[in-house]
Design a protein around this ligand. Structure first.
Ligand SMILES: Cc1cc2nc3c(=O)[nH]c(=O)nc-3n(C[C@H](O)[C@H](O)[C@H](O)COP(=O)(O)O)c2cc1C
Ligand code: SF4
Length: 302
């Protein structure tokens, strides 16, 4: 993980308030006399010092200037203070995002998909490593190609799982995954493959015109968490941009088990896929919000 220091403080602008020091997680900066100075030899380039400085004296040169500007909608670059966003509207957005499984036959502009990637990268990541990669599959034929590769994986898996001797033997040896797959998915996958072969219905990517694949490169401290936080930002951002989405766990499972699928779309085999999201204009008219299962949080020490 790159921990090199790219923090620069303009002594002419610094008024010595110490705010940058208070927010720095790595003690990269200290106060010398009445000026902040870079004294540490490690930084995670989180940019908290930049955000906290009242005189804009701090720069982190490794951060892309204006890299977070969206192309498809207006930008508002002001920091939103705690408590200033309407929580009712935020929760409404969260609840209104539903997995979309019917899409219009309408391409999603590449600029919008690229904006969604930026929205994804505003998520937190372990040690701010940001070791995520985003692969865009922006056309229906390309989505279908990937779907066929994932489908081939499941055709083979179903063939293997259909063998009772093999799945029971593996279960006896403590490897019950095949038996679990058989019990939970075998029949459904068999039927869906048959329907794809006969009527061409895409039960994997739901006829979506685009995909976003989120992976990480080796060495991230919390790869799956980072990727899934980025994914959730994308799902919410997509809803606000008028797009439907659906996380496709079947594709993640296939790509993790058969890295040749990644190679087919030019993804390096060393990357680990954590999320495959369908993206498209929804062909669904939602009428209401749905509830979730009740949850009772455990309270410790209350
Ligand atoms: C990790 C994960 C994997 C999922 N995999 C699939 C999938 O392969 N196919 C699918 O149609 N939906 C998939 N979903 C969508 C879930 O079925 C959906 O999130 C859940 O039913 C709740 O509905 P909602 O997303 O509309 O709120 C997945 C969701 C998650 C979080
Ligand atoms: S936050 Fe800005 S003004 Fe305050 S000490 Fe740090 S660099 Fe100086």
């Amino acid at each position: 993980m790159d921990k090199s220091v790219h923090t620069v403080i303009d002594p002419d602008l610094c008024i010595g308030c110490g705010e940058c020091i208070r927010v720095c997680p790595k003690e990269t900066i200290s106060l010398q006399g009445d000026k902040a100075v870079v004294t540490g030899n490690e930084s995670i380039a989180c940019g908290h010092c930049v955000a906290a400085c009242p005189t804009r004296a701090v720069t982190v040169t490794s951060l892309a200037a204006d890299g977070m500007q969206l192309a498809s909608v207006p930008n508002d670059n002001r920091w939103l203070p705690h408590g200033e966003f309407d929580p009712a509207q935020l929760f409404r957005l969260m609840r209104s995002r539903r997995s979309c499984r019917n899409y219009l036959d309408k391409p999603v502009p590449l600029s919008v998909l690229q904006d969604l990637v930026k929205i994804g990268t505003s998520a937190p990541s372990g040690s701010n490593c940001q070791q995520w990669t985003f692969t865009l599959v922006p056309t229906r034929p390309a989505v279908l190609e990937l779907g066929k590769a994932v489908g081939a994986f499941f055709r083979k898996l179903n063939q293997t799982a259909a063998n009772p001797l093999l799945r029971n033997l593996l279960a006896l040896c403590g490897r019950g995954e095949l038996k679990t797959y058989y019990l939970n998915y075998y029949q459904e996958v068999k039927e869906k493959i048959l329907e794809f072969d006969t009527i061409g219905k895409d039960f994997l990517f739901w006829q979506a015109p685009a995909l976003i694949i989120i992976a990480t490169t080796p060495g991230a401290s919390c790869p799956k968490e980072d990727a899934l936080m980025a994914a959730q930002n994308i799902l919410l951002g997509a809803h606000s941009l008028g797009l439907g989405t659906c996380p496709i766990g079947f594709a993640v499972a296939a790509m993790n088990r058969d890295r040749a699928i990644q190679a087919k779309i030019g993804m390096p085999a060393a990357e680990s896929v954590h999320a495959v999201l369908t993206v498209g204009y929804p062909d669904e008219t939602w009428q209401a919000l749905a509830d979730r299962k009740a949850v009772a949080p455990r309270i410790v020490g209350g």
